[in-house]
Design a protein around this ligand. Structure first.
Ligand SMILES: Cc1cc2nc3c(=O)[nH]c(=O)nc-3n(C[C@H](O)[C@H](O)[C@H](O)COP(=O)(O)OP(=O)(O)OC[C@H]3O[C@@H](n4cnc5c(N)ncnc54)[C@H](O)[C@@H]3O)c2cc1C
Length: 263
C-alpha cells in the first residue's frame, strides 16, 4: 500500500482521532438496487471507529466543487484489514459515480473516523429511522446494541420488485437483542408519519432512544414528529446526510443555510 498523501495526512491531523488511509478496492457487491457494498483494504492501524462513525472518502473530481464524500463504516474486519461501505448509487454525483465505476485494485484516499453520534447506553429501545443513505449507519449501530435492549428499525426505501429488502438490509443484532424490522416503501410523508407513529405507540420498552439519518428535510420532519410522539428530544440523535436537489459540499456535508432561513 502506498502511504496516504500529505494532503490527506494534513487534514487528518486537524481532526481529533482521525487518520489518513490509502485503501484498495478488493470486492464490490450489490446489497440491493441502488446500494453497493465496497470492501476496501488497507493499513488500518489507528483507525478504530465506533458503530455509526464514517469515513471521508476523496472521490474523483467531476468539477471544482466535488471532492470529499462521507460514507458510514458498515463493518470493519481488523483480521483482514478491510472496511465495508454501503454507497447509494442512484445519484449523478461524484460519490455515486466513483462507487459505480470502482474496480478491484482501484485505490482511494480516506480520512476518518468522523462523526459524533453514539449509541445511548441508557435506552431500553433503540429506534432507527433512515433512508437508503442511512442504512449502513442503522445496521452498524444496531449491531452494536447489547442486551438488555430492543432494536426497532424503520427503513424508508424505494420499492424494489423481486428483492426481499427486509433481509438484505437487516442488521445482525447481538444475541439477546430482539429486532423489530420495518421497511416502508412509500414516499408520502403522511403515510410515513402515520406508520412511524403506529410503530412508536407499540414500543413498550422505555426509555426510547431514536437515531435519524437521511435527507435533510426528511430528517428534520421525522425528528420533530418523534418529539411530538413523546420521545425525549435529548434522546433523539440525528444527522442530515444529503439534501434533495443539491449536491453535498466539497467537505461532504449537505448545504444547510437556505433551509435554516426558511425554518
Ligand atoms: C456523516 C455522513 C455519513 C454518510 N453515510 C453514507 C452512507 O453510509 N452511504 C451513503 O450512500 N451515503 C452516505 N452519506 C451521504 C452521502 O455522502 C451523500 O449522499 C453524498 O452527497 C452522495 O454523494 P454524490 O456525490 O453521489 O451526490 P451529490 O453530488 O452530493 O449529489 C448529487 C445529486 O444527488 C442527490 N443525492 C445525493 N445523495 C442522494 C441519495 N442518497 N439519494 C438520492 N439522491 C441523492 C442530491 O440531492 C443531488 O441532486 C453520508 C453523509 C454524511 C454527512
Amino acid at each position: 500500500m502506498a502511504p496516504p498523501s500529505e494532503r490527506a495526512t494534513t487534514i487528518a491531523a486537524r481532526l481529533e482521532g482521525a487518520v489518513a488511509l490509502d485503501l484498495a478496492v478488493v470486492e464490490t457487491y450489490g446489497v440491493t438496487k441502488g446500494i453497493l457494498e465496497l470492501t476496501l483494504e488497507g493499513d488500518l492501524a489507528g483507525f478504530s471507529p465506533w458503530p455509526g462513525q464514517d469515513l471521508m472518502v476523496s472521490v474523483p473530481r467531476s468539477d471544482d466543487t466535488a471532492r470529499w464524500r462521507r460514507y458510514t463504516v458498515r463493518r470493519i474486519d481488523p483480521t483482514s484489514s478491510t472496511i465495508d461501505l454501503w454507497v447509494t448509487t442512484d445519484t449523478d454525483g461524484p460519490g455515486a459515480t466513483w462507487a459505480s465505476n470502482a474496480e478491484v485494485g482501484d485505490h482511494v484516499e480516506a480520512v476518518g473516523p468522523r462523526g459524533k453520534v453514539t449509541l445511548d447506553q441508557g435506552a431500553a429501545t433503540h429506534l432507527f429511522v433512515v433512508d437508503p443513505s442511512g442504512v449502513a449507519a442503522m445496521c452498524a449501530m444496531a449491531e452494536g446494541v447489547v442486551e438488555p435492549a430492543l432494536v426497532a428499525t424503520f427503513a424508508l426505501m424505494p420499492p424494489v420488485p423481486g428483492i426481499e429488502l427486509s433481509t438484505a438490509i437487516a442488521p445482525l443484532c447481538a444475541e439477546g437483542v430482539p429486532l423489530l424490522p420495518h421497511v416502508f416503501m412509500d414516499d408520502r410523508m403522511p403515510m410515513i408519519l402515520s406508520a412511524l407513529n403506529l410503530t412508536v405507540t407499540h414500543l413498550e420498552e422505555k426509555p426510547i432512544a431514536a437515531y435519524v439519518f437521511g435527507e435533510l428535510a426528511l430528517t428534520r420532519e421525522i425528528v420533530a414528529d418523534l418529539a411530538d410522539q413523546g420521545i425525549d428530544p435529548a434522546r433523539i440523535a440525528s444527522k442530515p446526510y444529503w439534501r434533495k436537489d443539491r449536491a453535498n459540499e466539497s467537505n461532504g456535508e449537505p448545504m444547510r443555510e437556505e433551509a435554516a432561513r426558511s425554518e
